[in-house]
Design a protein around this ligand. Structure first.
Ligand code: GLV
Ligand code: MN
Ligand code: MN
Length: 396
């Protein structure tokens, strides 16, 4: 599986992945999913929101056990974030069949669409739509950097966007969802464990900062006459670091758009996207407010107009305690239980269905980068753990 999935959407230049929603690379990944499912005699369907489901048993029977993750990537992402959960899901099914177990409930493997939000700026679009956390009207407003709207992109990829929206009936047929994911920090490496169980996802969000100044000549405009939004942006980045340290949070400006984007022109506009996360809502509020206050002070000093727009927000996720306890019982009480600052479809689903996550050790802790890694033995341990959990949930 790994060999056939590995080349899809990989950039020769960076060695990282560019699997963005509703692009050719995304279509290649969807075809790969379909072929894996069909090779296992599973029934494949794409739901109204573009998520793919591979079913063993009758979906209409209800009480289904679902596992899987996503195949899309961030810009120049690693090989494991998302795909490890989908590959492991198919491998766990193979393992259960090799064990000769009988399934008492339907089992589905899912590939959620557009988890990373790399193209349209909003993460977990497929699961958000399904869970009713993103309305059709809101989704229709999403645009990529070229101005292509989400429905246009769906249509171009052969998916009818007119039916997107909440799908409570589908969620109502799910007994439990378990997502396996590569760990995106080093907790398991430090504790010396191959596999862990997720406790919670930190509250997190994305904010767009528009710094508007005045375009002018880089050679002839005196420093005192400038209204340079890049300067205010830079001061805001420094403030974000400081406020994050104060609040015990994390804050990142990882994306920027500059107009007119000329070497010899003072910019007229700098747009920066803030990603901020913290273990609790109070700390997140403190860091977000602190950054905006600092940005406004700097903006006022330099004659810059500042607009701040919250583009998305995901409150804290506390995964089902009953399911967590069940996983601990199946995998052993010594299996570490850890929280994470990374967002996941599991976090979105957890409001509607009992949800749990398994993490697989990442020796460097690096993620959202081509350097992301996981040892083969650990991936195998992850598959076994997932199979044990699925056996408990679907076969007993
Ligand atoms: C998704 O991986 C996120 O946490 O941004
Ligand atoms: Mn990710
Ligand atoms: Mn992921």
């Amino acid at each position: 599986m790994w060999r056939s999935l590995r080349p899809l959407g990989r950039s020769a230049a960076s060695g990282g992945y560019r699997r963005y929603a509703w692009t050719g690379a995304d279509a290649d990944c969807r075809l790969w999913f379909r072929m894996q499912a069909e090779a296992r005699r599973l029934d494949v369907e794409t739901d109204r929101n573009g998520n793919q489901w591979a079913w063993l048993g009758d979906p209409a029977a209800g009480d289904a056990v679902v596992t899987g993750s996503h195949l899309d990537s961030v810009p120049d992402g690693g090989a494991f974030d998302g795909p490890l959960g989908v590959v492991s899901a198919f491998a766990a099914l193979d393992e259960l069949r090799a064990r000769g177990v009988s399934f008492r409930r339907p089992l589905a493997i899912v590939n959620f669409g557009d988890e990373e939000g790399a193209r349209f700026g909003l993460a977990c679009v497929g699961s958000r739509l399904t869970a009713g956390r993103l309305t059709k009207e809101q989704a229709y407003e999403l645009r990529d950097a070229d101005g292509i709207t989400l429905p246009q992109a769906m249509e171009a990829a052969g998916h009818d966007p007119s039916r997107i929206g909440a799908d409570p009936e589908r969620l109502g047929r799910i007994r439990a969802f378990v997502e396996l994911h590569v760990e995106q920090g080093r907790a398991l490496d430090l504790s010396g464990d191959a596999v862990g169980i997720a406790s919670a996802i930190w509250p997190h969000g994305r904010w767009r900062y528009d710094f508007a100044g005045e375009a002018n000549h880089a050679g002839t405009t005196r420093l005192v006459d400038r209204r340079d939004p890049m300067l205010t942006y830079a001061e805001t980045v420094l403030a974000a670091r400081r406020e994050a340290e104060l609040a015990g949070a994390v804050a990142t400006f990882g994306k920027i758009a500059v107009e007119p984007n000329g070497v010899n022109a003072i910019p007229s506009m700098v747009r920066g996207w803030l990603d901020a996360r913290a273990a609790d809502q109070g700390s997140l509020d403190a860091v977000v407010t602190g950054i905006e206050t600092a940005a406004r002070e700097h903006a006022d000093r330099h004659g810059i107009d500042l607009a701040v727009v919250r583009e998305s927000f995901t409150p804290v996720v506390d995964f089902s305690h009953a399911l967590r306890d069940e996983l601990s019982r199946v995998l052993g009480e010594k299996t570490p239980v850890l929280g994470t600052g990374a967002g996941h479809d599991a976090g979105i689903l957890s409001e509607s269905v009992p949800t749990a996550m398994l993490f697989v050790r990442n020796p460097t802790g690096v993620s959202h980068s081509p350097a992301e890694s996981a040892a083969e033995d650990d991936c195998v341990a992850g598959v076994r753990a997932l199979a044990d959990v699925l056996e408990e949930l679907a076969c007993r």
